[in-house]
Design a protein around this ligand. Sequence first.
Ligand code: TLP
Length: 384
Amino acid sequence: MRDEEGAFTDPIYISRERRNEVTPPEAQSEMKRGMAAHSPEGIVDLRSDTITRPTAEMRRAMSAAEVGDDVYGEDPTVNRLEERAAEIFGKEGALFVPTGCMGNLIAIKIWTHHGDEVICEERSHVNLYELASMSAIAGCMPRVARGEDGILSWPAIEAVIRPKIYYDSQSALLCLENTSNMTGGIVYPTKVVEELCGRAHEAGLKVHLDGARIFNAAVALGESVAQMTRRVDSVMFCLSKGLGAPVGSMLAGSRAFIEKARVYRKMFGGGMRQAGILAAAGLIAIEKSPLRLHEDHANAKLLAQGIAEIPRLELDPAKVRTNIIIFGCAKTGMTAVEFCEALKAQGVWAQDTAQYSVRLVTHCDVDRAGCQRALGVLRTVAGA
Ligand code: TLP
């Protein structure tokens, strides 16, 4: 719906300020996402690891960052971040992009032509949460396959590859997601990634990895991200999630891929100027934050084990190996939105991800005591 000036009035389209202006408080429980800009004292905010705030060290590095105009390639801090990311991933080049969504879109744009199909898991971020940008902007169709716990197998992929006939749209790209967010932070075994890349390449497909949380996967596997992404054609990872940087993601791949990525980043409005201010935090995020992710995983395990003991909540704790927990709440008689509202009333913030499923994400801004508190509130709300 739009008002007489053409502005959207539907609550999902309007800013938080305007939303409060136009939405009566009793209707606000309908609006699920992004209700608060930061977690005030006493709140245990487990909605996402995107809410993490920069550390004091990051803030110091940001204020002291050497900067230049990155559109001219003259920002030394951005250049350093890109070199380090390429080195860590064992790729020829890397590019700093404002968001994970833009990184994925750039890769999709590079590897496809208008009218192509992109094979991805049904519950993947590129399919569900990127506003259909692969269609709206890159001109592609998502062609979904289902994998057990989000992990695709070759037979599932092969079944949706289009025959090479001129009157069919063509499969151009396979997009994998590691960890798989909406199935509870599930990790792709590297052997599976390698097999899928080998088969996809034989079938003439490129492979892009949405590695928003690849460092969480690396910690769970005890492997290096270079080893894990050796065979993918491009990888995107986020600095601004569990790694704690305030803004930014990276794309890594061949030199030729990164040259094209630079062009599309500018075309999509992502050419930033003195971005070294942000890259300075990113450098700390890639060097230091992976070293503490095991703490988030241990906290997630604690939550998972506690949740599994709550009779009306459904979860297999053995599957929780990284920082995401997704549990079912149908047996409580509440929808996920209602359940999250009830948690929120007691200072614990969670995210509904489907009608009866709730997500908790552990991160550096919630400690063990916070997780224990969250468990107590979960027990109360679930009536245990
Ligand atoms: N994920 C967010 C939401 O958008 C769902 C979250 O809270 O988990 N790939 C994956 C796998 C992601 O989880 C996300 C963000 C992105 C890409 C996009 O990153 P940004 O938010 O930087 O555009």
